[in-house]
Design a protein around this ligand. Sequence first.
Ligand SMILES: [Zn+2]
Length: 376
Amino acid sequence: MPRILQQLLAAAAALGLAACTTTAPAASAGAAAAPYTMADFPRVRKYDAHVHANTADPAFLEQARADGFELMSINVDYPDFPTLETQRAAALALAAAEPSRFHWATTFAMEGFGEPGWADAVAAALARDVARGARAVKIWKNVGMVERDAGGRLVMLDHPGLAPVAERIRALGVALIGHQGEPHNCWLPLERMTTENDREYFRNHPEYHMYLHPEQPGYEDQIAARDRFVAAHPRLRFVGAHLGSLEYDVDRLAAFLDRFPGATVDMAARMSQVQYQSVRDRERVRDFFIRYQDRVLYGTDLTLGPGADPEAFRRQAHAVWRADWRYLATAQSQRVETIDADVPGLALPRAVVDKIYYANAARVFAPAAPPGAAGG
Ligand SMILES: [Zn+2]
């Protein structure tokens, strides 16, 4: 195998993505009802609702243009990422370069949380970013896993100190993307995790591997705090990142979506957990997507940082996007290394694909109404 292809496959596997090895079925008879094919991939309008363009390098935007994607690039207060100032500057530059294709979500730092004026300062900064085009606000898993209040207690998402910020986000008319907790695998020992990408991530990030930290809140504590928060802010447009951290069971995810009719979830970096379920019961997973076709946003977590090779990134993004399309939109099987399985595609109906791949994100991340507009 050529070395570059090996590297690409290794990169894809590290992200928990699929390497295609097989193609299968012929086109079926009823053309009107037939699912999309791989040939449809570049021309169907699509939206990757969860990426991180952490540099103003145009490679991400160029590949999105080539493959027919709009992007939601999410700023995150993540120690492995460039500073929030660098992330914001990259977002503003790329949004200015192609405003109809590149969209961004701002965030805020928890530094100073609980001190007088913190919530007001955050609110003012978020208002400024929304005025500059931000379509959403991200709250990351440092809330619930890292940040502590003045009393030394972990700040969970439903901490009262965060309520004024949530209220401001609602008033600004933009979505809140919440990543709380971790995949269910995080609370299991490495050898019991269901996917190789989780195993690799938690091997490399023992600080987030909660199986090693039994003194920390458990999986159900994280989910319960998130659910109390969503219940307390019914008019907030809540997007649960990474399938709302309920990636391991589509029935449990369905119960969340039933309980919170205003909430949606993105699929970023959780495709292999969905595939893990569908190789065991394809119809259960396929029925989930059909039933919740208005509630799920396609997303990848593709990340381009400073110093990365732009051409290698473009090849990776293209491969990831095509592999996911093969799985969701067609009936073709592909080898998914991270779960060591041949995974048949779901061949979702075209109308369902159109929503998951575009319409839902376009609705959830619609631009905020200008200040003073009616209806606020
Ligand atoms: Zn992400």
